[in-house]
Design a protein around this ligand. Structure first.
Ligand code: ADP
Ligand code: F6P
Length: 464
């Protein structure tokens, strides 16, 4: 059972969005925006690569198809599997546990067995399309059992795994009933990549603690093989942002956004998936206290909070939406004026160009997650500023904080620290703001998403 592709990506989702079908009822797709697919596109095209993933709706999978030169191999999920594997084990057990348990993880045996079944399906699909000796790159927390399952089916393959979210310390990981199974699953890879060095260290320690593996530095001995664990901080497609920033229509749109907001002195922006790890409530509370204390005021200062709809059937997400919307209503009730709300709240998805126009319009960007693997929004904001200055308030608990040291860093749990960071960011003089931005931009230019993909694949290719 071997296929044609010498490079295979396995991810929960395919990198395409479905468009309305054509007149004949034929399903149509377009490549979704996103750095990961852009970075991997050249490798996929050169090596007759295939991307395996779920097409995003319940029921039978469409037949394999091609978009932009990439072979796409859909994996089906039925409604029960969406509830148990995706919303359950992936997003109500693993997601909160790996994010410092900022909401309590829920453990259900039925979810774990569905996770196992779906991981086996993805592994079989990869075993079917991979050419002899191919490289297979498995992505993220939804598919942690795939490396081991796939190795058992196809020992000839070179297997990499990258975790896009944090990897927890021993005390937290040990809560997971499937802890040994997950460790064995990941150790099926030759190279396991993390966003942060600390996460890779947690993994090496756990391999010893849970499975008794011998370890030496970043290398783990497992079943007669050597598995390497290392950090590869992901990044953005900086050229895409440059192209958008250079487009005069986007600058016009950003001026229009400022005008529509009433030309305030300061626009504070937040852009996040509506997720409890993102610290949206803490940020709103900090803004409300600053308004109460008259340290900022409407209409001089307004906040725009974009909260992208996400995982809307999961309970914690539903509860968060209620809390955020109540807080926005309360702030606007207390501090808004006719035609000038203090917080503009947008529960919507936007095009890349509208997002970049928003970044260009914003004087201060607030990225204050309680825990985040990386946070690409922080990097996108920095990249979009060009020489226009602007300030980034950034949580110490976002992976991006290890790289973007010139941001106004704060502990999102310490409300006074968030308020002080925000006030400093609002009042920083423009020369200093520009200096901070340009140092961070230089870093991103050297470390974009193509550099990330190259570093991982080069390391994977060099392992013996
Ligand atoms: P996460 O992966 O947890 O959602 P990141 O900040 O790392 O967080 O990545 C989010 C990505 O989604 C960014 O590339 C950002 O531009 C994009 N995004 C966020 N909000 C929206 C939105 N409302 N519409 C379109 N894209 C969005
Ligand atoms: O950052 C983690 C992540 O799962 C990404 O892989 C994904 O693009 C994003 O969050 C959105 O999640 P979902 O696929 O559950 O909508």
């Amino acid at each position: 059972m071997t296929g044609q592709s010498s490079f295979v990506v396995v991810a929960n989702r395919l990198p395409v969005d479905e468009m309305p079908s054509d007149e004949s009822g034929e399903r149509r797709w377009r490549r979704s925006p996103g750095g990961l697919v852009t970075a991997l596109h050249p490798v996929l095209v050169q090596r007759d690569g295939t991307w395996i993933g779920w097409a995003g709706s319940a029921g039978p999978a469409p037949a394999p198809f091609m978009v932009d030169g990439i072979n796409l191999h859909p994996v089906p999920l039925d409604a029960d599997e969406i509830a148990r594997y995706y919303e359950g084990q992936s997003n109500s057990t693993i997601w909160p546990l790996y994010h410092d348990a900022v909401e309590p993880p829920i453990f259900r045996r039925r979810w774990a067995s569905s996770y196992r079944e779906v991981n086996a399906r993805f592994s079989e699909a990869a075993a079917e399309v991979a050419a002899p000796g191919a490289t297979v790159w498995v992505q993220d927390y939804q598919l942690q059992l795939v490396p081991d399952m796939l190795r058992r089916l196809r020992p000839d393959l070179r297997i990499g795994f990258f975790l896009h979210i944090p990897f927890p310390p021993i005390e937290l990981f040990m809560q997971l009933p499937q802890r040994a199974e997950i460790m064995r699953g990941l150790l099926g890879a030759d190279l396991v990549g993390f966003q942060q060095r600390l996460a890779a260290q947690n993994f090496v320690r756990l391999a010893h603690h849970v499975l008794g593996c011998q370890t030496s530095g970043s290398v783990i001995e497992h079943e007669g093989r050597r598995v390497k664990a290392a950090a590869f901080p992901i990044s953005i497609d900086i050229e895409e942002i440059d192209r958008l920033v250079d487009n005069p229509l986007i600058l016009t749109r950003s001026e229009q956004i400022r005008a529509e907001l009433g030309d305030p002195k300061t626009i504070i922006l937040g852009v996040d998936r509506l997720d409890y790890t993102k610290g949206i409530e803490h940020r709103l509370k900090a803004f409300r206290e600053l308004l109460e204390e008259n340290r900022v005021g409407v209409p001089d200062t307004v906040m725009v909070q974009v909260a992208t709809p996400s995982r809307e059937r999961v309970e914690h997400y539903q509860a968060l939406r209620v809390k955020v919307e109540r807080e926005v209503g309360r702030i606007n009730g207390d501090f808004g004026r006719v035609g000038v709300p203090a917080v503009h709240y947008l529960h919507q998805s936007y095009s890349r160009s509208e997002l970049v126009a928003l970044y260009r319009a914003a004087d201060v960007m607030m990225v204050t997650p309680l825990r985040d693997g990386m946070n690409l929004v922080a990097k996108e904001y920095v990249a979009a500023r060009g020489d226009a200055g602007g300030s980034l308030v950034l949580s110490e608990f976002a992976g991006a904080a290890s790289e973007l040291r010139q941001a106004f860093l704060c502990n999102p749990h310490d409300l006074d620290a968030v308020k002080d960071a925000l006030v400093r960011a609002v009042h920083v003089d423009s020369d200093e703001a520009r200096k901070r931005m340009s140092i961070m931009q230089r870093h991103l230019r050297r470390n974009d998403v193509s550099h990330w993909a190259r570093s991982f694949l080069t390391e994977l290719g060099s392992l013996t």
